[in-house]
Design a protein around this ligand. Structure first.
Ligand code: DX5
Ligand code: ZN
Length: 221
């Protein structure tokens, strides 16, 4: 596995120029495109769906697309996103009545599957499905908006999730989402994360390559 993956959240991109923005951020050194789907039901905001994912593929984006579903219910969108070119699909366990079934559904559709944990959601949801997840995504802000501050208690939670992964011996990615910056990324990595979502820190910066390079430099320290 590549040691660290940087996944810019396109929530903070200029939606009027989305294809160009995604191309630019990948050319600037990003590994994965983080695609935030909000339904004005599970979270109090409304964003983008499978048609936009398909549009990015049609535009020529070949990098992995990491679809973060903040929707309830979940299942109906899984085949649609798989068809639209999603590589990874993650969902919040509280939003699915049948977590094991939703994980299977994602895999049957050829995508990697993951569970997302809000700041107050316990990791115990993993107890009986750890062998069925490819990604564990910890939210370090409450979901719904970009540009919020990193919640420090997430560092201990990352360490706990990292210990679970280590004990299992499984090649599970540990992804962090919310308030990641050039300044805190090294501490977040030290706590156990190996995949970093960053929206505002990258897209609100004047030079994406400069910001991503600075993140990687801090990860290498
Ligand atoms: C929040 C989203 C995040 C968000 C991160 O609900 O899941 O992906 O865009 O944005 P920043 O990096 O600005 O906190
Ligand atoms: Zn997200």
């Amino acid at each position: 596995m590549q040691p660290y993956l940087i996944a810019p959240s396109i929530l903070s991109a200029d939606f009027a120029r989305l294809g160009e923005e995604v191309s630019n951020v990948l050319a600037a050194g990003a590994d994965v495109v983080h695609f935030d789907v909000m339904d004005n039901h599970y979270v109090p905001n409304l964003t983008i769906g499978p048609m936009v994912c398909q549009a990015l593929r049609n535009y020529g984006i070949t990098a992995p697309i990491d679809v973060h579903l903040m929707v309830e219910p979940v299942d109906a969108l899984v085949p649609q996103f798989a068809k639209a070119g999603a590589s990874i699909i993650t969902f919040h366990p509280e939003a699915s009545k049948h977590i094991d079934r939703t994980l299977q559904l994602i895999k049957e559709h050829g995508c990697q599957a993951g569970l997302v944990f809000n700041p107050a959601t316990p990791l115990t949801y993993l107890d009986y499905v750890l062998d069925k997840v490819d990604v564990i995504l910890l939210m370090s802000v409450n979901p719904g908006f970009g540009g919020q501050k990193f919640i420090p208690a997430t560092l201990d939670k990352l360490a706990a999730a990292r210990a679970m992964i280590k004990q299992s011996g499984l090649p599970i990615r540990l992804e962090i989402d919310g308030g990641v910056t050039v300044d805190n990324i090294a501490d977040i990595a030290a706590a156990g994360a190996d995949m970093f979502v960053a929206g505002s820190a990258i897209f609100n910066s004047p030079d994406y390559a400069h910001t991503i390079t600075a993140m990687r430099a801090n990860l290498a320290k």
